[in-house]
Ligand binder design. Sequence first.
Ligand SMILES: Cc1cc2nc3c(=O)[nH]c(=O)nc-3n(C[C@H](O)[C@H](O)[C@H](O)COP(=O)(O)O)c2cc1C
Length: 163
Amino acid sequence: MDGNKPEVRTVILRGFSETDRTLICHCDVRTPKVSQIRDNPRVSWLFYHPEKWIQLRFSGTAWVHTDDETAGSQWKKVRQTSRINYCAEIPPGLPAEKPTSGLPDFLRDTTSKLFDNTKARKNFAVIVCRFDEMDWLWLKLTGHCRAKFHWEDHRINASWVIP
Ligand SMILES: Cc1cc2nc3c(=O)[nH]c(=O)nc-3n(C[C@H](O)[C@H](O)[C@H](O)COP(=O)(O)O)c2cc1C
């Protein structure tokens, strides 16, 4: 934990809604990121566009979905070949005696069609974050440019900031 905030991790952005102000990612429910979010749901997301030279930092409140409509609809979008990532027998993050994916032997040696979808689904979780702050930074050779946005309910406060 960083202070009492969840630690930093790389994740794949699975969804974004400008209207709902949400950012979505997928994970195994047994990972420490889930317990850290349950302990303190305040999280930040960092993005950088290397061609546009734009950095975005979002902050907001995250929820973990496991057994609801949100988790169900996201699970449908997970390809069969990726569902194998939720099949580790030992929970992610626990120590191992040798380098291993944690997948059962029969899965390592055969095609991914053979695994138990129900078990994989049980380990699957969706993290949805509703952001209420955005820090926008545009790198420019002639001088950088930065703005801050803060939402309170549906009102937005925006201001320029010295970079
Ligand atoms: C390119 C990249 C993408 C990743 N995407 C995800 C992801 O979408 N979800 C996830 O749980 N972990 C993802 N990871 C792994 C996490 O960064 C992290 O190392 C792992 O989940 C362990 O986190 P934990 O401390 O919660 O166990 C990704 C790692 C890399 C390098």
